[in-house]
Design a protein around this ligand. Structure first.
Ligand code: SF4
Ligand code: SF4
Length: 321
């Protein structure tokens, strides 16, 4: 049966608009363990370098929240069968966090648990996810590694960095409330490969190669970064897209102003911002004090001078004289 159109309502629209107003730019200070299983390293580099603002519709933002709300219920479910569940670090009172590579890589665990029926004496990393019926059926058929490789990678990192050897994946089907539970074993070599991947992404001054040069490739069509990656839109202006910034132990450093950059500084950027040349879809042909000049395919030149660009951020192509 075809889906019925949603009846418009001022209240419904206002609720979704409130979600959109409260949503941030999606930029995270660190490269998240939840992302490291992505196929495309270039997409991870764009994530880490804050090239693309993500805007989700209010309905989708509310759906994300539904997934988060389910976590408390799953914790209650586990406690109701006698398991001990720690949602926060008893020493800090905060979510249990792991990190590596000078704090530039990491994530927060949903919890850890002891007393699970399958292995009552073993502490497990807990990972909670909600799924549509289609996604849930695929998960049930292929298991976490086959169906949700990003979630599998996330749990491997959590086990590797906490020293725990087992994880439990608890999935809920949003359509039926059916549960899928799978225990995952730590794979040290696999997890180390992911840590190496994170290191490559974090400290690369150049974006890794594309997984396809065709914007119509199925992974590129689903990728938020496609317009920047395939040279159709300029990257955002902030310190992370500037050639003067470098990730250092515990934070970011500006080589032009010779100072550490707080997260607020990084978001704001400054008038001396110059794009990392790899983010400009032209050939770098000249450079001087405070500027870099590029040649584009049609023979047009564009000079990145920082200040002008901040005065009117647009696409690189539109900025050409
Ligand atoms: S558009 Fe394609 S190649 Fe570019 S970052 Fe995304 S997935 Fe990778
Ligand atoms: S020059 Fe400005 S935009 Fe570039 S890293 Fe330094 S403070 Fe950030």
């Amino acid at each position: 049966m075809a889906e019925l159109p949603i009846k418009t309502s001022a209240t419904r629209d206002a609720i979704f608009a409130a979600y959109e107003a409260q949503a941030g730019d999606g930029f995270r200070s660190h490269l998240g363990a939840s992302l490291i299983g992505k196929d495309c390293e270039r997409a991870l580099w764009f994530d880490f370098r804050w090239t693309t603002v993500r805007r989700h519709p209010g309905r989708l933002l509310r759906l994300f929240e539904t997934g988060q709300l389910e976590e408390a219920r799953l914790v209650r479910n586990l406690r109701s069968i006698g398991a001990t569940v720690l949602e926060v670090d008893p020493e800090t009172g905060r979510q249990i966090r792991v990190q590596a590579h000078g704090g530039h890589f990491g994530g927060s665990l949903d919890g850890i648990a002891l007393g699970l029926p399958e292995a009552p004496k073993t502490w497990h990393v807990l990972e909670f996810k909600t799924h549509s019926a289609k996604s849930f059926n695929d998960l049930a058929a292929k298991g976490v590694r086959g169906s949700k490789p990003q979630h599998f990678a996330q749990m491997q990192i959590y086990m590797h960095l906490t020293g725990l050897t087992r994880a439990m994946y608890l999935a809920v089907c949003k359509d039926t409330d059916e549960l899928y539970v799978e225990r995952i074993e730590h794979d040290a070599a696999y997890a180390q490969g992911l840590l190496d991947k994170a290191q490559r992404v974090i400290f690369a001054m150049l974006p890794p190669e594309r997984i396809s040069n065709d914007p119509a490739w199925y992974q590129c069509r689903l990728c938020d970064h496609a317009p920047v990656c395939h040279g159709q839109t300029a990257a955002q202006v902030n310190c992370r897209t500037c050639l003067h910034s470098t990730p250092v132990d515990g934070g970011w450093h500006c080589t032009l102003h010779q100072r550490a950059l707080s997260e607020a500084d990084q978001r704001a950027g400054c008038a001396q911002h110059l794009y990392l040349p790899a983010l400009v879809p032209g050939e770098q042909i000249d450079a001087g004090d405070g500027w870099v000049e590029y040649l584009f395919g049609e023979g047009l030149r564009w000079r990145d001078t920082g200040f002008d660009k901040l005065a009117g951020v647009g696409s690189v192509v539109e900025d050409r004289p």
